[in-house]
Design a protein around this ligand. Sequence first.
Ligand code: GDP
Length: 444
Amino acid sequence: MFDSLSNRLGDVFGKLRGRGALTEADVRAAMREVRIALLEADVALPVVRSFVDQVTELAVGQNVLRSVTPGQQVVKIVSDALTEMLGSEAAELDLAVTPPAVVMMVGLQGSGKTTTTAKIAKRLKDKERKKVLMASLDVNRPAAQEQLAVLGSQIDVATLPIIAGQQPVEIAQRAMQAAKLQGFDVLMLDTAGRLHVDQQLMDEMQAVSRTANPAETLLVVDSLTGQDAVQVAQRFTEQVPLTGVVLTRMDGDARGGAALSMRAVTGKPIKFAGTGEKLDGLEVFQPSRIAGRILGMGDVVSLVERAAETIQAEEAEAMAKKMAKGQFDLDDLRTQLNQMRRMGGLGALAGMIPGLKKAQAAMAQSGTDDKVLVHFDAIMGSMTPKERAKPEIINAKRKIRIANGSGTTVQQVNKVLKMHQEMSTAMKKIRKMGGLKGLGALLG
Ligand code: GDP
């Protein structure tokens, strides 16, 4: 799911992030590509339009284009908008009513309704210790009621005994009575499906809904059916008071448009995603996690968030300018190391910046961990301003003084000097690669 969309967007944003500065035209061009990528993923046109408009408006703002990392800021805006499009917060079942809480399952035949009924029942039983009763109201398909009974015995959840010849509303009434008398917490009603939406089906569901007054009415749709799934959802939304949607077959290789359009079209949250034929193949639908998966860069998003909190933009900009000129003294190194510390240390950063993992492994080998950063700061604090500006004047005698002053050793002082030297060399290389643009390329 989402693979090709994820690849397409990865290309678009890879290009954006590879550049130091962005113009409004760059952002608009990228948004045109985002638009095409979403349409190709089968996202409904009105949804794509409002998404792209919203993101473009935010992304061409001066705060973004003038920032130090405009490309990443744009990605962050897209990620936020995508999360919002998917529903922002995960929405769980709301069963806080006088028991039995009725969960009514609706949807087309073959959407995975019966399987999902059993999956949710299993989840309520295992995770929330609820006593669940299931009943099939499908009197059209001969084996439907038996199918649910078989699933029930597999997951050890009770099903309503079958009485031949009863109509859906009658079965619903009998199920409610049984659930009340026998002290069930939750009653799951698996309604009949059809191949297409028709009025008779809608009438039947409305009648059942009036009888059972469900706490939750969940529409089950097959995500593999793409745009059709969205249309089906729209029809159901108009006729039945839905409280949520379950998207099945999210384990398949659908392009993902159904998932992305569903919230906007129905106005209802996607509560669960079906992720397999097995009865534990059900996940709570987490918008931010799905958005992260689509963008393939959820970690960069949290990195930008953290950087924005900890680094003064001007401080970073001034540093970037100095680096670009190849001027980099021990004061700069000190500022840099402190920034790293404020951003959660080397470990946190390494997980977030592509390519930094290797650097971190090397640092770990040379014994550079977060504690060492504290020592380094003390060492540089014991130097005179002159020494920090011109490290080459630090001779053996000065090294001993610095080590004593900072409570460290001459070896550790040497390490700081070596690190500074290595970073200056790296800076010079970056300058040769084209200054800030080169730095951008190096960072991803
Ligand atoms: P119903 O007619 O809507 O009740 O559909 P069923 O529950 O009988 O499901 C139809 C088929 O889809 C069955 O073979 C299920 O095993 C399969 N199925 C249901 N949900 C999922 C899912 O999330 N992933 C996959 N791969 N298969 C599913």
